[in-house]
Design a protein around this ligand. Structure first.
Ligand SMILES: [Zn+2]
Length: 298
């Protein structure tokens, strides 16, 4: 009897022990499941965060792309010579408002053009540059700067040698086109066309007038127009002191509402940029506002 009791007790003890072990194993398994679940959740969150930040980054970079696309679009200004624009240029000297067009011929040069650009930038004035093809090929980076700073890039032929350019009307067109290619290369915009030439020496009053008159028709057939000037500082006709140049500007602008001012930024025209600030101040005092040929082409 006693022995039986002892056996029963032992059996109970063993059973209890087994239950304890089972409970322990169960708790252990639950713990492991919980830990595994926590790790898995954490990993999922991390992956989600990475995915989200990647998506954000992509969105941002797309925005940046769009922005930079808009910026470069804004930077690219292409002259558009419509019939209205042709008319505006033809009648450029007629205006009810006082308007001044600063124009620079024969550049770019490394000794004058960058300083002219600095003065224009300081005054927030956009000018028009009639460039020589051979100079464009020598200083493409200056052309690019002028273009990017909002100045109108126009054409002044390639050689500036009268005998060459005015040999035939076709020669004029040929020099124009050669200069266009040089400009397109310099500003890295193949679709840029100036549509605008200033004849070296002007369109009238010289012995090449007849050839130039024929060239005007030929250029017009190719959607190219031209402009002379009605005001100057005399920087190409022997005015070599600042006072005389400013006086010439005052004399030749007197009584005119719309003035197209002839100046030069060839390598020896140091005085042109030296008087530029005074010239701008004078014109402002006289009530002129400044425009360039983009304002006429739009
Ligand atoms: Zn010239």
């Amino acid at each position: 009897m006693r022995l039986e009791l002892v056996e029963i007790k032992c059996y109970k003890k063993r059973t209890l022990k087994r239950i304890h072990v089972l409970i322990f194993i169960l708790i252990f398994i639950i713990l492991i499941i919980l830990i595994a679940y926590a790790i898995a959740k954490r990993r999922t969150n991390q992956l989600q965060n990475i995915a989200m930040s990647n998506a954000e980054k992509q969105e941002n970079s797309q925005e940046l792309l769009i922005e930079s696309g808009e910026q470069s679009k804004e930077k690219i200004k292409l002259p558009n010579l419509t019939e209205e624009a042709k008319n505006r240029i033809k009648h450029i000297y007629r205006s009810d408002e006082k308007v001044a067009y600063l124009t620079f011929d024969d550049g770019p040069s490394s000794t004058v053009t960058p300083f002219v650009l600095d003065v224009l930038k300081d005054n927030n004035i956009k000018a028009t540059f009639f460039l020589l093809g051979k100079q464009v090929e020598a200083y493409p980076e200056i052309v690019k700067r002028a273009y990017e700073e909002g100045h109108y890039i126009a054409n002044h032929g390639y050689s500036h040698v009268y005998k060459q350019i005015y040999e035939t009307p076709e020669k004029v067109l040929e020099e124009y086109q050669k200069t266009e290619v040089a400009i397109q290369d310099a500003i890295e915009i193949p679709e840029y066309h100036t549509h605008l030439i200033r004849f070296p020496g002007g369109s009238k009053g010289n012995k090449y007038e007849e050839i130039i008159a024929q060239a005007i028709n030929l250029l017009e057939e190719n959607n190219i127009t031209y402009v002379d000037w009605n005001c100057l500082t005399g920087d190409s006709v022997g005015k070599n002191d600042k006072e005389a140049m400013l006086q010439e500007l005052a004399n030749t602008s007197y009584g005119k509402n719309s003035i197209v001012i002839l100046m030069h930024d060839a390598s020896n025209k140091i005085l042109t940029y030296e008087i530029l600030q005074d010239a701008i101040n004078y014109l402002k005092e006289q009530g002129y506002t400044f425009k360039n040929f983009y304002d006429l082409m739009e």
